[in-house]
Design a protein around this ligand. Structure first.
Ligand code: TA6
Length: 304
């Protein structure tokens, strides 16, 4: 369907509007008393979530591509069915194909508390050419006082398959030097800046003081980003997720990314809800798995 047809079928007066976005890619603009948001059909990519009377919660690079064959840099990329570079397949796109394919709009609904959008990605000739499995991915986005994301994957085939997934959320922070992360102390992580060595996260809040790229193992509890400079806390609760990924590219990695500004790294922090590596999910034929993240901003009237 073209944008006009999508608007006719899924638009909701004053709350949901389908329109051309950046790069003329179709996007869904959500306007609600509790929050505004923007979702691109490309990659089912949430690029904006702005709670009422607050700054946007998500970081979006000013240099991001908005083209059908490139991922959007920032917001909440969906990594599926693999995470990072695909072992043994250098020709495959990093983080899988879900974030660089058009998703279908299945439904929109709105009430006093929230707006809900459901998008789907079905296996097809193109996906099977690189990952030979029949699946349906259904992504339910609920925009309100909180941002709730639910990614359900169903095995439609006759043999089991395993997959990795991540909601690769780029949070906007006022200043990374003042940010802290709670909720991961005492857990183990793989350090991608140090040959994937397994390390123990000491007690206390995490500070980001250099390039940071960590896959935390067996982490199921709440994480909290203390955006002290922004006088805001962001809580991230999750279900169906074994891993948490923490990433900030810092100076050199930022310079190496064409779709990321050299000076953008102090204003962002990725805390990702994921199932990767040993946390990958295996689905029997006909089975489904859902991973959810619930993101909630809390303004703080004083620095922490
Ligand atoms: O989640 C962290 C990470 O895996 C980093 O290693 C870095 O590659 C980042 O994702 C961004 O990946 P991308 O393919 O979007 O440039």
């Amino acid at each position: 369907m073209n944008i006009d047809q999508l608007q006719r079928q899924f638009g909701i007066d004053g709350q949901v509007r389908i329109q051309p976005g950046a790069g003329d890619l179709p996007c869904i603009k959500i306007t609600h008393a509790l929050a505004n948001a923007t979702i691109y059909l490309h990659g089912a990519h949430v690029t904006q979530y702005q709670p009422a009377a607050q700054p946007d919660l998500l970081f979006l690079s000013e240099k991001s591509h908005f083209s059908p064959d490139q991922p959007i840099r920032g917001g909440i990329p969906i990594c599926f069915p693999w995470f990072g570079p695909r072992q043994g397949h250098p020709e495959s796109p990093a983080h899988g194909f879900a974030r660089i394919l058009p998703w279908q709009l299945e439904s929109t609904s709105a009430d006093a508390k929230s707006v809900q959008v459901v998008l789907t990605l079905e296996s097809n000739e193109k996906t099977r050419a690189s990952w030979d499995h029949d699946f349906t991915a259904r992504y339910t986005i609920t925009i309100g006082r909180t941002l709730n994301l639910a990614l359900q994957v169903t095995n439609n085939g006759t043999t089991p398959f395993s997959f990795e997934e991540a909601l690769h959320t780029y949070f906007r922070v006022h200043d990374i030097h003042q940010a802290r992360i709670d909720g991961l102390s005492g857990t183990c992580y793989l350090d991608k800046t140090d040959a994937l060595k397994q390390k123990l996260q000491p007690a206390g809040a995490i500070e980001i003081t250099s390039e940071t790229d960590r896959v935390y193992l067996n982490t199921v509890s709440r994480c909290v980003i203390h955006d002290r400079g922004g006088r805001r806390r962001i809580t991230i609760d999750k279900e169906g997720s074994q891993n948490t990924v923490v990433w900030n590219p810092w100076i050199n990695k930022s310079r190496a990314m064409a779709d990321f500004g050299d000076d953008e790294w102090p204003g962002m922090l990725c805390v990702e809800t994921a199932n990767v590596g040993c946390g990958q999910v295996t689905l029997q034929p006909g089975a489904s798995h859902t991973m959810t993240a619930t993101i909630e901003p809390h303004t703080t009237d004083k620095t922490l």
